[in-house]
Design a protein. Structure first.
Lengths: 197, 228, 335
């Protein structure tokens, strides 16, 4: 029971307080900042969450194997990449062969969302924080959900900013970054001190 | 209208377009996480720049050789493999060059360089039969663009946020530690990009008025010659 | 056709923007008089510096944007007057100047200036100052009735506010009548509860702010404090302490009700007030700082557009149903 409570608390922390986008600025690039519709944001978020949760099973096993060893910093990164690559290959081939319609929908999102700094960030946090299996999965799930919510917030922010007379130099990316920065300020105030990295 | 001045400027500028008008960070929006979160001191910027230089150049070199020879998904995995190996090797180098405090302050962002968006995006964009030197030159220009933005932001954020430059204490009347937190990174990048656009507008406006003035001068001269 | 030029925010009420601003300025000046009575001339100097910095930054930004600075635009004065009232009277002058600069240059003008800003500039400035200068500077309150020196270091003892006690899970040992009259430590302008209540009544009477939002906000906050007291004390006492400590009452009147950064329709305002009440109380309970109101306000400001959209859709639905019931035909939606 306590383990499940820890799972939920870790997931909730990853969604709200240690949000991948607002607290750590992970996983953002021009594609996700300028999405054409909220459906695209949900798609990207869903793909990231799916790949993340599946990879987190393997990553949790890797963390257990590497615990207590010296020099893990040299083998941890390649092992994480191998875990994620394995899930990527399986998802790609299974979707390509058996679910072609779904594959056509997720194809543009797959590379961006699999090898994403937000996901790998979640893995490194779970590794340095010595999270156990359920906590790793919970944290990665929370990161994915938090990332999806952040993308939706950014989409609606763009819609709101489009109706303001923003100065010409600020239109587009700069004002969006300022908006995200002020939201990040508000979320940082909730936490009040440095984030673990 | 005499556009020779504008043409001369655009021609000279296209050589360094990768640094300014097509800067990969602020214009193409790549590698934003690193610029926002780690540009808090000049030494951090130097460490991240060295990491990106090695990872990016070697991954694009590998991309040149894998282009057109295998499926896209397999290419993707090759690039990730090369960039992760390069990240591990470069980190070992950076550990020897910089103090442990720098690495502690960078935290996991050094590891995340292995999957940085700029390398992945540019590697997938490399086409078959592109000259090797062209690929390397474009890669170097990308890294220079990143370095420029990182050092500019780190300079301001370290000076005003910590009162130091490269670890040397600069006596200032006030410091604002809030500038070292990621939210300030977002705001700083936004202001940097807006300032860059503002400058670009001023330069373009100046060039257009200059060429109009040149036009007028030529017309006046031709008018005088005809009188003679 | 006569086209009148009017400043944003374009609110369909009798009054114009300038009368909104002057009403708020009058109430804020009254709070400055009360703070001057408790803390001395330093209060006036802080206010003057804040207003001067805000005005200078505003004029500079307008010139950079190639707009003419207008004398009738008093929004920078309002922001300037709001800032020191949310800080302790012993706060250094630099903190006030930083908050003012950040609020105007980052939170106001890049978003479009007067009437178009998404985030409340005063709240954004305070948030930045809290994070830059830390809780040691920001939440260190001098005792009341002690006149502070205008310049130089503050030598008076620092007292913990009731908000700090509540955050630790303790019960503030204060007389409620003292709290209502402002005879307790806290932000300069936020302690005079009765005066702020009078200001609220004045502003509602003058239709500067609509009554729905503050009422919904305070009722929700009171209900939350009643149902979930932070310490072991009678529930009614918890309600009193929660509402009267920290920036909550002041913020609920002046920051939440800002016509630019709040929803426009009646029902949206009520919903916004309720959600704001829940968010503020949750932030207070689970946040790390003793006063999280300004951070919660920034997050609520980001959701205003959503409340407006939902309010519009609800209004359209209601109007559609009324039309059907009157005319007996359905409204056909345009393709």
């Amino acid at each position: 029971m306590e383990l499940f409570a820890q799972f939920f608390v870790t997931a909730l922390t990853a969604v709200a307080v240690e949000n991948a986008v607002f607290a750590r600025a992970l996983g953002i690039n021009k594609t996700v900042l300028f999405m054409k519709s909220p459906k695209m944001g949900i798609l990207y978020g869903a793909v990231l969450t799916w790949m993340g949760v599946l990879s987190s099973f393997l990553v949790a096993i890797v963390n257990v194997l590497l615990e207590g060893r010296t020099g893990i910093m040299y083998i941890r990164a390649p092992l994480f990449s191998i875990c994620v690559a394995a899930v990527y290959i399986v998802t790609y081939l299974v979707a390509h062969k058996w679910k072609p319609k779904l594959f056509q929908i997720i194809k543009p999102a797959l590379p961006v969302c699999t090898f994403n700094t937000a996901l790998f960030g979640a893995f490194y946090i779970s590794s340095t924080g010595s999270y156990h299996f359920l906590q790793t999965v919970g944290y990665t799930l929370g990161t994915g959900v938090g990332y999806t919510l952040a993308l939706l917030v950014i989409y609606f922010a763009r819609k709101r900013l489009a109706i303001s007379p923003v100065p010409r130099s600020f239109r587009g990316l700069p004002i969006l970054l300022l908006y995200i920065g002020l939201l990040s300020l508000a979320i940082y105030g909730l936490l009040g001190h440095g984030l673990p990295s | 209208m005499n556009l020779s001045t504008v043409r001369k400027y655009t021609k000279k500028h296209s050589v360094v377009a990768g640094l300014l008008l097509k800067n990969p960070v602020v214009v193409l929006g790549l590698d934003l996480p690193f610029v926002i979160a780690t540009s808090t001191s000049l030494r951090n910027a130097a460490a991240m720049s060295i990491m990106l230089l090695c990872i990016h150049m070697f991954t694009l070199l590998a991309a040149r050789f894998t282009a057109g020879r295998m499926h896209r998904w397999l290419r993707m995995l090759c690039h990730i493999f090369v960039s992760t190996i390069m990240m591990v090797l470069t980190r070992a180098l950076v550990v020897r060059m910089f103090h442990q405090d720098i690495l502690n302050s960078l935290g996991m962002y050094i590891y995340l360089m292995g999957v940085n968006g700029m390398t992945i995006y540019q590697a997938l964009a490399v086409k078959r039969k592109t000259p090797l030197l062209q690929v390397l030159a474009a890669a170097f220009q990308n890294v220079l663009g990143f370095v420029l933005v990182m050092f500019l932001l780190s300079f301001v954020r370290e000076l005003l946020g910590n009162g130091t430059l490269w670890g040397v204490v600069i006596p200032l009347p006030a410091v604002f530690p809030g500038l070292l937190i990621p939210f300030s990174g977002f705001i700083s990048v936004g202001f940097l990009l807006a300032f860059g656009r503002f400058l670009n507008k001023r330069v373009t406006a100046f060039l257009i008025t200059e060429s109009a003035r040149t036009d007028l001068r030529y017309a006046q001269l031709r008018g005088e010659n005809r009188d003679d | 056709m006569k086209i009148k030029s009017q400043d944003a925010p374009h609110i369909r009420h009798q009054e114009r923007t300038i009368s909104l601003m002057t009403d708020v300025i009058i109430t804020l000046l009254l709070l400055y008089v009360m703070a001057f009575y408790y803390y001395g001339v330093r209060v006036i100097l802080l206010g003057a510096l804040s207003v001067a910095t805000c005005l200078a930054a505003d004029v500079l930004c307008l010139l950079l944007r190639r707009s003419r600075p207008r004398l009738r635009d008093l929004s920078a004065v309002v922001t300037g007057l709001l800032l020191p009232l949310l800080m302790p009277a012993s706060v250094p002058y630099l903190v006030v100047a930083t908050a003012a600069l950040f609020g105007i240059v980052v939170a106001k003008h890049p978003f479009g200036g007067v009437g178009h800003n998404v985030f409340n500039p005063a709240a954004a400035g305070i948030c930045f100052a809290v994070i830059c200068f830390g809780a040691d500077v920001f939440f260190a309150y001098p005792p009341t009735q002690e006149k502070l020196p205008a310049f130089g270091a503050i030598e008076s003892t620092i007292v913990n506010s009731p908000a700090f006690t509540l955050q630790l899970g303790g019960v503030p040992q204060l007389d409620l009548s003292d709290m209502a009259l402002g005879n307790f430590v806290g932000p300069m302008g936020a302690t005079n509860i009765l005066v702020i209540f009078a200001c609220l009544l004045f502003l509602v009477f003058r239709k500067t702010i609509r009554w729905e939002m503050p009422v919904a906000f305070f009722v929700t906050a009171a209900l939350f404090a009643f149902l979930f007291p932070r310490a072991d004390m009678p529930r009614t006492l918890s309600v009193c302490y929660e509402l009267m400590s920290g920036m909550l009452f002041f913020g609920g009147v002046f920051l939440l009700g800002d016509p630019v950064t709040s929803p426009k329709r009646g029902w949206s305002k009520v919903a916004y007030g309720v959600v704001a009440g829940i968010v503020v109380m949750l932030f207070r309970r689970y946040g790390n700082l003793e006063e999280e109101f300004v951070f919660a306000i920034l997050i609520m400001n980001a959701t205003v557009w959503g409340f407006d959209m939902l309010g519009e859709r609800l209004a359209r639905l209601v109007r559609g149903k009324q039309f059907e019931s009157v005319h007996g035909t359905k409204i056909h939606k345009k393709a």
